[in-house]
Design a protein around this ligand. Structure first.
Ligand code: FEO
Ligand code: CA
Ligand code: CA
Ligand code: CA
Length: 677
């Protein structure tokens, strides 16, 4: 293995204290600019945002719940990429979900009954992706409301299926009778930034949007029928209403199926015209989707070779000429798996400047091998291939009879089960250290982890004594695991792993809970967003900054969610220790592998406003402008009882009565330096 020298800590800011204030707090010497808020107009026809529930035309405005985000540099003029430009670019970002209570005049519509069409359409259009041009003039950033690059991708945008599942029977719908195209993307969580200048968006909690009526299991052939086994494994149970009740809409255009499609109930006989039977809609989602942010007219491609799951995000590892690249992915649900995809094609640096960017995506993302991770107690691990016809992935598998590679990819979770992959504490973002190649993954928390079913990679199960309103149990505070590929190559099928840091309150039991020795300057809970600064802004130190964002429910009595900066140790030191877990009257001990405690190399950089999650992070290539997303401030309130006035209050002054809005912020250093150093 290459020896990497770790620099001494060089985080040149004073840690931001924990805070319950309704504002984004950053260290002295830094400035926060609010850049792009829910409802901001980006296409013609959408006027200024009233922010009182009366606004419409969200396919022409910023959506809600800003999440994963990438900055792509633009040439000084025109629409071509220039990855070196730190003053003009496009931001591509996800709009994961909505805070329904603030989107309508009277606040949230009561559940049940028939949803008004205009409200349902607004809610759909608030989901998806934004592509928006941004630029810096002096030190001030703004977005360009009239740019020809601006775009909204929503649950109604036409998509093209790509890869091994394209054309499969499971993708045949009313909209695409040959299973090659689809409608929209939803619950887009984290992202991926491809070196050929495209954006990956990950479909995470898509299953929740679907209604499924009682009796559907029988219509589909009973509990053991393949479709029912598959739907159950992805959490689409019978007798569920579906988020927001979109399927209840009675549209003015009676031929429209954009609402009815959210009900996947199979009818006894599929009507010839397709109306009323949308049984395959659930297979439209759960994919990684590639978008060309430099061509607003391009059709996004769903990359089915990367498998179907609750995709949190997808980050590419280091690229080396002549070596097949790897793409790392978490499936965010309790006890789900970590995956990687390795392309069939070896990396060619010339592809980074190709102009047909989605064709380059075809090259690297449509053919290759999907693997799932198994973590062993001795600190080793294996990547197990999800290849039809190998191992248990055959028609003879007792739990689910696989019939093709498409079937394996559609049911990646069932394939992971059959292969004996390790059930993790909710895998969220992945990030790859550009210096060492080590892959880090946040394991945000796991309420179902028991003292009696821990393993070395998921070693904690306890009742968090700090949480209020009922103790948070299991792995209440989450941790960050990291792995190093054998031979430091993305093509490896084995790896070494350790745990980088455990979340915990600094006053919690240092022997069994606060294992990383966190103190008041860096204690955190429920890590989620994760991103390494770019190689070009390492600036003289041998390891880049690792940014860690939180999405927490166990620590919010102490502080709002936060962004931390770390200079992580580069070497897996192989240390081990034993934890004693106690939960629900049961206890157990678990040996684990703890990396060096972060100590002063981990500091809290930012604390967000009330009831938000900190998510989405990227920077300009010079590292001097850091983009961060503030998701769902005030989500616990509603129009009659507003619980946050952010971002209207960010610059001071009274903002009483202003509804909160998810928004992108830019953080700059007042002396013009690299953020974090
Ligand atoms: Fe959308 Fe797992 O966070
Ligand atoms: Ca997340
Ligand atoms: Ca989360
Ligand atoms: Ca969230």
């Amino acid at each position: 293995d290459a020896t990497v020298t770790v620099s001494p800590a060089q985080l040149g800011f004073v840690a931001t204290p924990k805070s319950l204030a309704d504002i984004v707090a950053v260290p002295t010497g830094y400035t926060v600019t609010v850049l792009y808020r829910l409802g901001d107009p980006i296409l013609s026809g959408a006027g200024a945002y009233a922010n009182d529930g009366s606004d419409t035309m969200f396919s022409r405005r910023a959506g809600d719940h800003h999440d994963g985000m990438s900055y792509f540099g633009l040439a000084a003029s025109g629409n071509a990429p220039d990855p070196t430009n730190s003053s003009r670019g496009v931001l591509a970002m996800n709009h994961e979900n909505i805070t329904q209570a603030y989107l309508h005049v009277g606040g949230s519509t009561a559940p049940g009954g028939i949803r008004p069409e205009a409200e349902a359409l607004k809610e759909m259009e608030c989901h998806g992706v934004s592509v928006v041009e941004v630029s810096r003039s002096g030190s001030a950033w703004s977005y360009s409301p009239a740019s020809s690059l601006n775009r909204r991708v929503t649950p109604l945008t036409q998509m093209r299926f790509s890869g091994p599942v394209r054309g499969d029977a499971a993708l045949k719908t009313v909209f695409s009778t040959d299973g090659t195209s689809g409608r929209g993307t939803i619950n887009n969580c984290a992202n991926g930034t491809m070196p050929w200048n495209t954006y990956l968006t990950a479909e995470e909690n898509w299953a929740g949007y679907f209604k499924r009526e009682t009796g559907d299991v029988a219509t589909r052939g009973g509990a053991s029928a393949k479709a029912n086994v598959s739907l159950a494994r992805y959490g689409i149970s019978e007798n569920r209403p579906g988020n927001y009740g979109w399927a209840t809409v009675v549209p003015a255009d009676t031929a429209s199926t954009i609402y009815a499609r959210w009900n996947v109930t199979a009818r006894a006989a599929q009507p010839a015209d397709g109306t009323g039977d949308f049984r395959n809609e659930a297979f439209q989602f759960g994919w990684i989707v590639e978008i060309d942010p430099f061509d607003a007219a391009s059709t996004p491609r769903k990359r089915t070779a990367l498998g179907r799951m609750n995709h949190e995000g997808c980050q590419i590892g280091r690229t080396v000429a002549g070596v097949r690249p790897a793409f790392y992915m978490g499936d965010d649900a309790t006890n789900e798996y970590i995956y990687k995809f390795v392309s069939t094609a070896a990396w060619s640096a010339a592809d980074a400047t190709a102009t047909d960017r989605l064709a380059i995506g075809d090259k690297y993302l449509d053919a290759g091998t999907l693997y799932v991770a198994k973590f062993n107690a001795d600190g080793s691990g294996q990547w197990l291939p999800l290849v039809f016809g190998t191992g248990p992935l055959t028609a003879g598998n007792p739990a689910y009879a696989f019939s093709s590679q498409a079937d394996v990819l559609i049911n990646a979770r069932l394939a992971g089960d059959a292969l004996g992959a390790t059930r993790m504490d909710r895998p969220e973002w992945t990030a790859v250290n550009p210096v060492t190649g080590e892959m880090y993954c946040t394991l945000t928390n796991n309420s179902s982890r028991l003292a009696t079913n821990t393993d070395a990679a998921n070693p904690r199960a306890y009742a968090d004594p700090k949480s209020t309103g009922g103790e948070t149990k299991g792995n209440a505070n989450g941790h960050i695991i990291r792995l190093r590929e054998s031979g430091d190559t993305s093509e490896a099928t084995s790896f070494a792993w350790d745990i980088y840091a455990f979340g915990a309150g600094s006053d919690l039991d240092p022997t069994n809970i606060n294992l990383s020795g966190l103190d008041a300057t860096n204690d955190f809970s429920s890590p989620d967003g994760l991103w390494f600064g770019l190689p070009s802004n390492i600036s003289g130190q041998s390891t880049p900054i690792l940014w860690i964002e939180t999405d927490d429910g166990a620590f919010t009595d102490q502080t709002n969610c936060m962004l931390l900066a770390a200079i992580p140790g580069a070497v897996n030191d192989g240390a081990t220790r034993t934890v004693t877990n106690t939960r629900d009257g049961a206890s157990g001990t678990q040996a684990t592998r703890v990396g060096k405690a972060p100590g002063t190399t981990l500091k809290r950089f930012l604390v967000g406003p009330k009831e938000c999650e900190i998510t989405g992070i990227h920077s300009t290539p010079d590292g001097k402008s850091l983009f961060v997303n503030i998701q769902h401030p005030g989500e616990g309130g509603n129009a009659a009882s507003i619980s946050s006035n952010w971002p209207a209050n960010q610059s001071g002054g009274s903002a009483t009565g202003s509804r909160p809005r998810s928004a992108t912020i830019v953080i700059t250093r007042d002396d013009g330096g690299i953020v974090g150093l």
